[in-house]
Design a protein around this ligand. Structure first.
Ligand code: HGY
Ligand code: MN
Ligand code: MN
Length: 419
């Protein structure tokens, strides 16, 4: 994927990036690389290490009310606003060591390289590690970036998991229950992320300029049946929550496969699934599942949700169970800033790289930052397009090249906005 030797000396340090990626990767649940879940002691340990690296780069660090770790360097022109770069350092369970992390370390490297070159921007510079970009133990994602954008649903604070509420988890992370007002000072937000897909690797492109981020909705479905003796209860007299749930899972796959045949992105996945009492000789009484839905176009999502609702009603009737679907999050598709996209393309070319536009089927914090700021993203290639799995891999040269593109774009933005 990377093209060593074809690139000029980059204005960033690839070795510093590699060392930081490796160091952060050491902070993982032993035997489950890589797992560093938001709201866990390991996440806080990773945060403490990141804060230390931010401070070593001369950044003032803080945790904002929404639990985001921020490193700040004042600009030459006080009050001219903030240029922000970052991503997230939390992982999915048994995930990778580049998803999110590559973006945080690349942003940190931009701050370090500007300092090394003695370049002080007109604008304040902030590097951010957002809290809980991944679907967290509370069943919701992008908690930190939604908070910063002022769009975190208040009712989320009461969501419970592992013996705590989200409000308590926020406070334990250094945040506060009451959110800060939405930030108004951010003039541009840039995020580097691994593509989590195969396009850049297949086409041997260095950079993907993200055009839009797919809409993401999540629907929680609880199926209430009845626990019965597995040996004595006649097959026709059961209210088996797992059998009903299985019909829903297969129906969801069928509906989503149909919709995905259209010339625009659509996907639906049941990735979270729990059954009770989960005992071999008991007819399952309860299933809770989380449906993750991605759509480039709103009406595809609405058609899917309506069909899913009809399916829930028919399965409930046939299987004599109660089926309760509930939409717990719903973020619309978001376009990225085309002007900054053009600047990212220019920076890529000036550094001798190749690029192409790409829509994102994955969700990202940039989707919420776009509510309060000009927002743009670049993708770098990842091995086989794999992500959310330990096999996830990105070449350090590709991360370094992406960091260099960010650096050149930040300098161009700093000049452009000041003019
Ligand atoms: O789930 C997502 O799309 C992102 O990787 N968190
Ligand atoms: Mn991510
Ligand atoms: Mn992810």
């Amino acid at each position: 994927m990377s093209h060593p030797g074809e690139r000029p000396n980059l204005p960033v340090s690839a070795s510093r990036i590699a060392a930081d990626i490796d160091k952060l990767a050491e902070i993982t649940e032993p035997g489950r690389p890589w797992t560093r879940r938001a709201f866990s002691p390991l996440h806080r340990e990773g945060r403490a290490w990141l804060a230390d690296r931010f401070q070593a780069a001369g950044l003032e660090t803080r945790i904002d009310a929404s639990g985001n770790l921020i490193g700040r360097r004042a600009g030459r022109l006080p009050g001219s606003g903030t240029l922000m770069l970052g991503s997230h350092s939390d992982t999915v369970p048994d995930g990778g060591r580049f998803d999110g992390i590559a973006g945080v370390i690349a942003a940190l490297e931009v701050a370090r390289s500007l300092a090394d070159a003695g370049i002080q921007l007109d604008h304040d510079l902030e590097i951010v590690d957002f809290l809980a970009e991944e679907v967290s133990i509370f069943g919701v994602s992008c908690i930190g970036s939604r908070g910063m954008a002022g769009v975190r649903p208040p009712e989320w604070l009461g969501r419970q998991a592992e013996g705590m509420t989200l409000a308590q988890g926020l406070v334990a992370t250094g945040g506060r229950e009451a959110p800060d007002p939405a930030r108004q000072d951010i003039k541009a937000f840039l995020e580097l992320h691994i593509e989590q897909g195969p396009v850049l690797e297949t086409e041997k492109r260095d950079i993907g300029i993200v055009s839009a981020i797919a809409g993401i909705a999540r629907i929680e479905i609880v199926i209430e049946g009845r626990a019965d003796h597995a040996g004595t209860t006649p097959m026709g007299a059961r209210r088996d929550a797992l059998v009903a749930a299985s019909k829903l899972v297969l129906g969801i796959e069928h509906l989503a496969t149909d919709l995905s045949r259209q010339p625009r992105h659509f996907a639906a996945t049941v990735g979270e699934f729990a059954m009770l009492p989960n005992a071999a000789n008991v007819v399952p009484s309860n299933v809770r599942m989380l449906v993750d839905i991605r759509s480039e176009q709103r009406d595809d999502l609405d058609r899917f949700a309506a069909a899913l609702n009809d399916l829930c009603i028919s399965v409930a009737e046939k299987d004599h169970v109660d089926v309760s679907p509930r939409r717990i999050s719903d973020a619309p598709a978001v376009r990225m800033d085309d002007g900054i996209g053009g600047m990212l393309a220019n920076a890529t070319e000036s550094l001798g790289g190749s690029h192409r536009q790409l829509a994102s089927g994955a969700g990202h914090d940039a989707a919420f930052m776009a509510r309060i700021s000009r927002a743009a993203m670049i993708f770098i290639p990842c091995l086989g397009g794999r992500s959310h799995a330990p096999e996830e891999f990105a070449e350090n040269d590709d991360i370094a090249f992406g960091a260099a593109v960010l650096l050149e774009t930040v300098r161009a933005l700093d000049r452009q906005i000041s003019e």
